[in-house]
Design a protein around this ligand. Structure first.
Ligand SMILES: [Zn+2]
Length: 512
């Protein structure tokens, strides 16, 4: 049976303007999805939008349209951007879709019937203009921390999920499963958080305050709290309660990529909800860092200078995909600057990779009229390149398993540089001057092209458009996306006699 791999991004808040933080998570998930498809796994890659809640309702009111119309209009900004980023998601969930709402209501009914949801009334500090409760420690001089107006003590009834009863179980689960929350610093953060008592989770909002939400199936005066609704997207799309045969293997392989700001909802609320539903937690929750822009926290004005659509137009989609994953350590904060981006494009892409590719093809064309020559006995230097290629493939596998995407690129670039060095040291142009060296020249050209075929295969998940162009230029027949990685990374698969073709420079230098 095929192995399964299920990867998700968070569902993005439909009111948000897509920025590089959204692009980062989605491109990372896309790389994993493409890699596992090439490994031959059954992959399900899910992204989508979170469309309920107070702010959506307010934004719609301001525009004088219904919340649904507002969402229908806003969702396109995400969907269009993912097309531009060549994102290969298998599904796109909107939480306003019937298929999602049905599952949320079924889960609510199930938890209510088994006593995991109860109703209680409580009193708290409420800010009327902001329409929300604050805890005593949130208040600033007894006023609302958001608008600084005085709060009122009001009493309200709501439904709560018995999160507290899963507190001990959750601590034990995290302690026993080292790869459940990654990176390790985030795992420690959550274990620290769980040292304090865990309260029950309020999962409803009275309809008189908020109507834009999924109605509670057991009390139509309330709608579901947005987080409780949103987290369920991970199972409402993958066959839970509708297609168990498909769901079970997928769920066991699930990886949630998230930003560190939503770590608590994902690693405290979600696993306890799943436990109550009788499901295991996902395999891994990986929280990556934030992007600063030119050394500063991203603000509205700075966002404009790094608007993802504009970046793609200016630098090309694969250069941006590459930069996002190569520049920082996946898991830590990273900084975006145009200078750093141009530097990466010029050094890693134009100089190292582009140059290697162009000069290799040019030599094959010049010395063998573009026909891939037959190699004879490999010498030490050829074997060294071959062994490096195989070793790099194994390193990439390991880094992908650990979701260390920057390390995968580091490993691939080791092979890129090694191949450039190989060309410098074997000096084909010198061999070409000596007719007695014809067989040696053929072996050298074949070996460098074979290494390029390796590089192209390994690069595909990261830079699919460029890799496909390189693959075709190398005379390889089927498209890379139909290719398995084990086939693409077996040394000696390049077909002798196939024609290579010249293509325009893939990564032109950017003069700044
Ligand atoms: Zn307020």
């Amino acid at each position: 049976m095929k192995k399964s791999f299920f990867v998700t991004t968070p569902i993005y808040y439909v009111n948000d303007i897509p920025h590089i933080g959204h692009a980062y998570t989605t491109v990372a998930a896309d790389v994993l999805a493409r890699y596992y498809r090439m490994e031959g796994s059954h992959v399900f890659f899910l992204t989508g939008t979170d469309e309920h809640g107070q702010k959506v309702q307010e934004a719609a009111q301001e525009r004088n349209i219904s919340p649904q119309e507002h969402c229908d209009h806003m969702v396109g900004r995400f969907q269009d951007l993912w097309k531009k980023f060549t994102i290969s998601n298998d599904d796109f969930i909107r939480t306003t879709e019937e298929r999602h709402k049905t599952v949320v209501q079924k889960i609510l009914t199930q938890l209510y019937n088994k006593g995991d949801i109860y109703k209680t009334s409580y009193e708290g500090s409420y800010c009327v203009p902001d329409e929300r409760f604050w805890t005593e420690k949130d208040l600033i001089d007894g006023c609302c921390p958001e608008c600084r107006r005085p709060v009122q003590q009001i009493q309200e009834s709501n439904y709560f999920f018995r999160m507290s009863s899963y507190h001990t179980w959750l601590i034990q689960y995290i302690e026993e499963n080292e790869h459940f929350i990654l990176p390790k610093t985030r795992r420690n953060e959550i274990l620290g958080f769980l040292k304090q008592p865990l309260a029950d989770l309020c999962i409803s909002r009275p309809r008189k305050r908020l109507s834009w939400g999924i109605p509670l199936p057991f009390d139509s005066n309330y709608v579901t709290y947005v987080w409780f609704d949103a987290l369920i997207n991970y199972v409402s799309t993958s066959g839970y309660l509708t297609d168990t045969e498909n769901f079970t293997p997928l769920w066991n392989s699930a990886v949630h990529l998230i930003g560190k700001d939503i770590l608590t909802t994902h690693s405290v609320y979600w696993p306890t909800m799943l436990r109550a539903m009788g499901l295991a937690p996902p395999r891994t929750i990986f929280a990556h860092g934030w992007w600063t822009v030119e050394g500063q926290k991203m603000s509205k004005s700075l966002r404009n200078t790094v608007e993802p659509n504009m970046l793609i137009e200016q630098y090309g989609v694969d250069a941006i995909r590459f930069f996002l994953l190569r520049e920082g350590t996946f898991g830590l904060d990273s900084d975006f600057s145009h200078q750093a981006l141009i530097h990466r494009i010029n050094s890693d892409l134009a100089n190292d990779l582009g140059n290697l590719f162009n000069r290799s093809l040019a030599m094959a064309l010049k010395y063998f009229a573009g026909s891939i020559p037959e190699p004879s006995t490999l010498e030490g230097i050829d074997e060294h390149l071959r062994d490096t290629a195989v070793q790099v493939k194994n390193e990439v596998d390991l880094h992908m398993e650990n979701i260390a995407l920057h390390k995968s690129l580091d490993a691939i670039w080791k092979l890129v540089r090694m191949t450039n060095k190989y060309i410098d040291e074997t000096a084909p142009w010198a061999l070409a001057k000596d007719t007695r060296q014809e067989k040696r020249l053929a072996t050298v050209i074949h070996t460098m092209l074979e290494s390029l075929r390796f590089i192209t295969t390994l690069l595909f998940p990261f830079m699919p458009t460029s890799a496909e162009a390189m693959w075709r230029a190398l005379g390889c027949s089927e498209t890379l996306s139909q290719h398995t990685i084990s086939n693409g990374t077996q040394w000696g698969k390049l077909t002798t006699g196939t024609a290579v073709t010249k293509i325009p420079p893939l990564f032109p230098r950017i003069e700044g």
